[in-house]
Design a protein around this ligand. Structure first.
Ligand code: V47
Ligand code: SF4
Length: 374
């Protein structure tokens, strides 16, 4: 039996040599390693993959409805149909929001919302079509695997068919939401109704086969144990070995306010940094790890650039999911503010588009250039 110190030394040597860390060693790191040790190892992987670059994206989040048939216990965003806070955007409201984003120079529209039980699949396809027809140059990253699963249920058609309809309407890629924690011990307690872990992974496999790039997330800091996080990361790593279709992994810190888990304390800064670092170490086949500043707060996101993260997401306007759950961050950040955070952390800011190509920009006018290499 190795002592803790020598086991840590062995794992460190593996990471330094660019070797994969096993599930068991991942659990050991998650349960026993000091955050600063994790950070040092994660930074090695980060700099090997992305050098000194730190990416950001000029985008908006559009949540077309908060009415949702499900009742995930961690969610403060959803509403019942007849509740006062329930809302559903019209096409004109969507066009107006996207128009504002376009005028402000956005390159991406991130669309995700509730599963509105009175809306047919066509309503969701139409949102993509309305945006695409009005602004074909904007990349539409829309609908999580949970939504795709719901559309398949609504239409009684296979998920492949659902994805093909959305691609035809203008879908450019898929966000990573709805992954939560894959392990059924946890998933069945926090979101029992929605697509299970295998279902979520199958839909991303399907999307990758159709040529869509997608992201992946993990919701941490609620009722899961450290080994559930490692299990989640290993399941993602396995699919990525098969398809290479994931672009970015985004660990999402649980915000308890206004949720069914409001007795739980939100994760500390050190937990946030440890989870980001663990993700960077375990996901050796993912190019990017995102520190989503809107959920972490600007300060932790900035420090995360030294703990494995290479991306801060973007200038995210009109975000509701975290703000309904008590996030105190502003709803948007300007480009000079993002640049300041990144350069102060000793990194070089690079604006990217959704597919990690360099954005060449003059004010609100931009074009996508070459894929970015560190
Ligand atoms: O799936 C819901 C999470 C996700 C809470 O792909 C909560 O680039 C914390 O997936 N506290 C949606 N988290 C957001 C998402 C995302 C965000 C940024 C970038 C990308 C990307 C994807 O938000 C949900 C769920 O996991 N969530 N409620 C809460 N109270
Ligand atoms: Fe609905 Fe998504 Fe909230 Fe779950 S997390 S209740 S699916 S809006």
């Amino acid at each position: 039996m190795l002592s803790t110190q020598s086991r840590l030394a062995d794992i460190s040597a593996q990471v330094e040599a660019g070797q994969r860390v096993s599930y068991d060693d991942g659990v050991f790191l998650a349960e026993q390693a000091d955050p600063l040790v994790l950070g040092r190892l994660a930074n090695i992987v980060r700099e090997r993959k992305n050098g000194n670059l730190a990416f950001y994206n000029t985008n908006i989040h559009l949540n077309p409805t908060n009415v949702c048939v499900y009742r995930c216990v961690f969610c403060a965003f959803r509403s019942d149909l007849k509740a006062e806070r329930g809302y559903t955007f019209t096409d004109d409201q969507i066009r107006a929001r996207v128009g504002e984003a376009k005028a402000a120079g956005a390159t991406e529209i991130h669309v995700v919302g509730g599963l509105h039980h009175q809306k047919p699949f066509d309503w969701y396809v139409n949102i993509v079509r309305v945006i695409h027809e009005a602004y074909p140059e904007l990349h539409i990253k829309a609908w999580t695997a949970v939504e795709i699963n719901w559309f398949s249920y609504l239409t009684k058609k296979p998920t492949k068919w659902v994805l093909e309809q959305l691609i035809e309407a203008g879908l450019g890629s898929m966000p990573g939401g709805g992954a939560e924690i894959f392990h059924p011990d946890i998933r069945d307690k926090i979101c029992e109704h929605k697509a299970d872990g295998t279902g979520w992974l199958d839909i991303h496999r399907e999307a990758h086969k159709l040529g869509l790039r997608t992201n992946a997330t993990m919701l941490y800091g609620h009722i899961e144990e450290p080994w559930h996080r490692v299990d989640h990361l290993c399941r993602l790593r396995e699919l990525q070995d098969e398809t290479h279709g994931f672009q970015t992994f985004i660990p999402l810190a649980f915000h308890p306010e206004n949720t069914g888990l409001d007795h739980i304390q939100k994760p500390s800064g050190l937990t946030d940094l440890s989870v980001i670092a663990l993700s960077r170490i375990m996901l050796d086949n993912f190019d990017h790890i995102k520190a989503y500043w809107i959920m972490l707060g600007e300060k932790t996101a900035q420090v995360a650039l030294g703990f494995g993260a290479d991306d801060l997401d973007g200038t995210v306007i009109h975000e509701l999911i975290y703000h309904d759950a008590g996030a105190k961050t502003p709803e948007g950040m300007t480009v000079p503010q993002l640049h300041h955070l990144i350069t102060e952390a000793g990194r070089v800011p690079v604006e990217r588009d959704t597919l990690y190509r360099r954005v060449h920009r003059e004010g609100a006018t931009w074009r996508s250039g070459e894929p970015i290499r560190a």
